[in-house]
Write a protein of this length. Structure first.
Length: 283
């Protein structure tokens, strides 16, 4: 006998409390985003109105028009896309090879390597900033998207290797054995057999690494001066004068930058869930 039939009043009280908690959490998470959207759709004079008047004010897309007409924002979007995609592709390529080796082969020091990778992934960015700046300057890659991609690999590769290794470890070994019997080389086995099976994990790690690279601010601010990514562009957004703070345009630019991430998450949500839960339960 379940709780619904045994004590209906207590059952419905628990259900009501659960949905109330979900509603409170949803409001807490979505309220700032909702207010940012409203701010991006209001004229500068409406920003000083009372909340009720601000919500009921006239909607305008002037801020979005001005944002897309800003050449710095256009270049920032382009550089962000180049850097994020480049760092994700390199991370997935290197991370796949490393995960295959760490997840399939036994060798001395493997656990130490895994712990080092985990330690690097949680290391604070500010701790390696000065060393990376010296390295990027010595390589002549300052203010260059290539240099920014190399710095982003510091946090994208460890995360990719750690997630993919746990996934590769749980792939049935019979797949490789069948491929080897058919005469496939280790590289053919990796690209033609394991990669299709690893697709949910690849999508998950790639998307999460892309989000981290797309939103990264500290490295982009330090290693660039003009060819800056969009988070730095938004942070340095200025108005017509030094005393003018265009909050509406800043919110519009933030919404524009956030929309691609939301679309990616919605499109690949099935892959994300299956990739994050893969290997959690062994059959």
């Amino acid at each position: 006998m379940n709780l619904k039939t045994k004590n209906p009043a207590l059952y419905y009280l628990q259900r009501a409390a659960f949905y109330l908690l979900v509603l409170v959490i949803a409001f807490y998470l979505l309220a700032p985003f909702f207010w940012a959207v409203l701010t991006s759709l209001r004229s500068p004079g409406d920003l000083f109105l009372q909340p009720a008047q601000f919500i009921a004010a006239e909607t305008t897309f002037q801020n979005y028009t001005q944002v897309f007409a800003n050449p710095n924002f256009q270049r920032g979007l382009l550089y962000s896309l180049i850097v994020a995609v480049g760092s994700v592709l390199i991370s997935l390529l290197i991370g796949s090879f490393a995960a295959y080796a760490l997840g399939r082969f036994r060798f001395r020091g493997k656990q130490i390597i895994m712990y080092v990778i985990l330690a690097v992934s949680v290391f604070p960015q500010i701790a390696v900033l000065s060393g990376l700046y010296t390295l990027i300057s010595a390589l002549g890659l300052y203010n260059n998207p290539v240099g920014l991609i190399l710095t982003y690999l510091i946090f994208t590769i460890p995360f990719t290797v750690w997630v993919l290794t746990s996934f590769v470890r749980d792939i049935p070994g019979e797949l490789e054995e069948a491929a080897l019997v058919d005469g496939a080389s280790p590289l053919q086995t990796l690209f033609q057999v394991l990669f299709p099976v690893m697709m949910p994990a690849l999508v998950t790690t790639g998307l999460l690494a892309f989000i981290n690279a797309w939103n990264e601010y500290l490295f982009a601010l330090t290693f660039t001066s003009t060819n800056r990514t969009v988070p730095v562009v938004i942070a340095n957004y200025s108005g017509a004068t030094q005393f003018d703070q265009p909050w509406g345009q800043i919110m519009a630019a933030s919404i524009v930058v956030t929309i691609p991430l939301i679309i990616l998450v919605l499109v690949f949500q099935r892959n994300i869930v299956s990739g994050l839960t893969a290997g959690a339960v062994k059959g």
